[in-house]
Design a protein around this ligand. Structure first.
Ligand code: SAM
Length: 344
């Protein structure tokens, strides 16, 4: 039984007053809201940039797309947007939504109070002349916006920020978009992992698990890793950045949309990762726990896993529960880099 999340319950309270027109639900929770608000003259289409959410909704029979933003231009009369879990992503989402609304179209923005929805009118005002608070319940708030300001057309490239990652012997350009992990910069944990990998020179089949903009996999490729690199992430935005980064540098790798290891197959000689540790405001460690439990089944016989994580996280313990021959490769006040091989 899939529960209806608080933010969806708040939207449901307004089911009767939603316009009887096709609705697009962007960034929805993985629940049955879409079924509850659909009517014969109000079909509901969905779009999400989280692969795990996409799979759940698809299984429920939803008309759902997995994408960082809509690839087709259309005029919509009503959009319901869930506050993106990364704050930095809101302006880009609202810009896109305002550009896709037909004249007279209405946008509803819903989100949890602790995720910062109450400060969203500041951003809504940049794209709409009329912004009203409609409701507040279940620790969530709903805004309605209409009367689009006709500003610059929505062009994702305008949001791209390129930065240079210097690794010994190579320079890599990374394409970053707001909302991607460590937007526009190298995370300090990832930097420590890259330092450690330099001496190890991974080669063969390499999986960069939770790749974000592709920093780790691209650094390995640029410094001559031989073999096949796969960049895996649950986020369509991250995979978009990784794809752009590969293209700018003329490098090749597979990109794999996957919720945890759900879509991984075969065995890897190396699994390298700075694994996820939160979902927006939630410190949700389930993805990492499942990763440490299952990663060994995707390692080749002499395969090796190399991970970096913040020292306050229980990842070292989880790694040791599934692997032996665990080595500390680097450590500083904030981060630990561990390498491990399968139990034999
Ligand atoms: C700590 S970041 C690391 C990003 C990148 N490797 C780097 O070093 O900059 C973790 C990544 O995990 C991804 N992620 C979150 N949940 C995930 C899941 N269920 N499956 C796969 N990746 C996930 C996020 O989208 C994010 O890109």
């Amino acid at each position: 039984m899939i529960t209806v999340e608080n933010v969806s319950q708040l939207i449901l309270r307004h089911r009767a007053s939603l316009p009887e027109v096709p609705i697009e639900l962007i960034g929805p929770a993985a629940d049955r809201l879409f079924r509850e608000i659909a009517t014969p003259i109000r079909p509901v289409k969905l779009a999400t940039d989280r692969f795990g959410v996409f799979r759940v909704l698809e299984k429920m029979g939803a008309d759902v797309r997995f994408e960082p933003w809509a690839k087709t231009k259309n005029s919509l009369a009503c959009i319901i947007l869930n506050l993106p879990r990364e704050k930095a992503r809101l302006a880009m989402r609202l810009h896109e939504a305002s550009a896709r609304l037909a004249p007279g179209g209405r946008l509803f923005l819903a989100g949890a109070n602790r995720a910062g929805i109450k400060s969203s009118p500041r951003v809504l005002d940049q794209f709409f002349f009329r912004v009203e608070k409609r409701d507040s319940a279940r620790h969530c708030t709903l805004f309605e916006a209409s009367d689009t300001r006709s500003g610059k057309p929505f062009e994702p490239n305008d949001y791209e920020h390129r930065w240079t990652l210097d690794v010994p012997g190579a320079s890599v350009q990374i394409a970053s978009l707001p909302g991607v992990f460590a937007h526009g910069r190298l995370d300090l944990g990832s930097a420590l992992l890259l330092d450690s990998l330099q001496a190890l020179q991974p080669s063969g089949r390499i999986l960069d698990f939770a790749c974000g903009a592709g920093v780790i996999g691209l650094a390995l490729l640029a410094t001559g890793a031989s073999g096949e690199v796969t960049l895996l992430d649950d986020s369509a935005l991250a995979l978009e950045c990784a794809g752009r980064s590969l293209e700018i540098n003329g490098l090749r790798a597979n990109r794999l949309a996957s919720d945890g290891l759900s879509e991984a197959n075969g065995r890897y000689d190396w699994i390298v990762s700075n694994p996820p540790f939160h979902q927006g405001v939630n410190n949700d460690l389930d993805v990492a726990r499942a990763f440490f439990r299952d990663a060994g089944t995707f390692l080749a016989e002499n395969g090796r896993i190399c991970v970096v994580f913040n020292r306050h996280l229980p990842y070292g313990r989880w790694l040791r529960e599934s692997f032996n021959r665990v080595e500390i490769l680097a450590q500083n006040r904030e981060f630990t880099v561990l390498s491990a091989r399968n139990k034999q």
